[in-house]
Design a binder for this molecule. Structure first.
Ligand code: PMP
Length: 395
């Protein structure tokens, strides 16, 4: 038996290291990175966190102890309140606290997917979701998307022709990587399709609080009970605590909890108390989210203007929120992988489109993130992109 034979079949199927490799290269000294999905570190509420951490240490001895698998009750209540709409209130009993929404995706895959089950998702989609569903052995059913998100008319046609997904995965606000916001009409349509065909909608919504103009649309859960919502706090507060909320239909909750217990017993207790303490400070969240909007809008506008002025080889729709620019390379002869390698040699890291794409040809696309660079670094990074195009054109 070889070492490889020892691996489980689902792991042997192989998985992509493309993004990890790029991120490793992007952290080399001297490289300006537009590659990661990292939130701006200067957006982290460090002063408030320091106070809350001190209070938790002094006043909540349980914060260093094992806690309930489902999560700390105070945090479940806060997440339930955030997830509630007046027409569709969420009972805290339906909230499971998970170690990041990535764990939520993994739990969904483990609890619901057998090998060969079908999962429909936008093309392009979040690479972490693609990998999770692929490792679970799912067949991916790509659905085209535009600036209003998943083209649900196309999904409806696919369903009419016999597609029977167990899950339809969407990123409803400021999609990673496309930046799209799933329109209200399409959310309603998706909910109708879920009721008609019996699938679950997985709404992975980490960017909802990063809206430049305040747009925030109601969840499909307002229209149907067939929704699993992943409400990460990684982009709203900071990713390091690994704390996210998951709201699932009542029948699914105990199954998710049982699998979570095997995975990691519970999400870290201390982080949950700190996040709960911070979010329950009167007025904190409203003020913080308003600050995020200003910070990210300013950075996005800066990058937008610079790319439009200096990099004519890229076209893009400026995003309305989130962290990403999804750009098309206009020169048909230049492919994204070659461009990414050349850009890295010139000291700027970006991500090529292919890891996000299922059937769509990813070689025409690049994802740029603007979140972590200072104004001066953004200018330098765009100059390096422009230089890469100039050198590429004369090669
Ligand atoms: N879903 C999407 C769409 C993401 O972009 C990310 C992070 N980049 C995640 C999930 C993972 O987030 P978390 O830190 O909550 O695990």
């Amino acid at each position: 038996m070889t070492d490889e034979d020892l691996l489980a079949r689902r792991v042997r199927r192989g998985h992509s290291n493309a993004v990890r490799d790029i991120l490793a290269a992007a952290s080399a000294p001297g490289v300006l990175s537009m590659a990661g999905g990292l939130p701006a570190p200067d957006s982290f509420p460090v002063a408030e966190l320091t106070e809350v951490i001190d209070q938790v240490m002094r006043k909540v001895p349980n914060s260093l102890q094992y806690g309930p698998v489902d999560g700390v009750p105070a945090l479940r209540e806060i997440i339930a309140a955030r997830a509630s709409a007046s027409s569709a209130p969420v009972d805290p009993a339906r909230v499971l606290i998970v170690s990041g929404s990535q764990q939520g995706l993994d739990l969904v895959a483990r609890v619901l997917l057998d090998e060969g089950d079908s999962v429909a998702l936008d093309d392009p989609s979040y690479v972490g979701a693609i990998e999770t569903f692929r490792q679970a052995g799912a067949e991916l059913a790509p659905v085209p998307s535009d600036e209003d998100g998943m083209e649900t008319q196309v999904l409806a046609e696919q369903l009419r022709r016999g597609l029977r997904p167990k899950l339809v995965y969407v990123v409803p606000h400021f999609h990673n990587p496309s930046g799209a916001v799933l329109s209200e009409q399409r959310r309603r349509h998706l909910a109708e399709l879920a009721d008609r065909y019996g699938f679950l909608i997985v709404e992975d919504d980490p960017y909802a609080d990063l809206s430049f103009d305040g747009v925030r649309l109601p969840s499909a859960a307002v229209h149907t009970g067939r929704v699993v919502r992943l409400l990460s706090l990684s982009k709203t507060l900071c990713p390091g605590f690994r704390v996210a909320g998951m709201v699932a239909p009542a029948w699914l909750g105990p199954r998710l909890t049982a699998v979570k217990q095997c995975a990691d017993v519970q999400t870290n207790t201390f982080g949950q108390y700190v996040v709960a303490g911070l979010l329950s400070r009167p007025g904190f969240l409203e003020k913080h989210v308003a600050g995020l909007a200003t910070l990210y809008r300013t950075r996005a506008e800066r990058l937008s203007a610079l790319v439009a002025e200096r990099v004519p080889g890229l076209s893009f729709t400026p995003p309305r929120g989130g962290l990403y620019f999804w750009c098309t390379i206009l020169d048909q002869a230049l492919d994204a992988e070659t461009f990414t390698t050349a850009a890295l040699a010139n000291g700027v890291a970006v991500v090529p489109g292919s890891p996000f794409c299922i059937e769509r040809d990813g070689s025409r696309y690049l994802r740029l993130s603007y979140a972590t660079l200072s104004p001066a670094e953004t200018v330098a990074a765009v100059d390096r992109l422009a230089l890469t195009f100039e050198r590429g054109a004369t090669r």
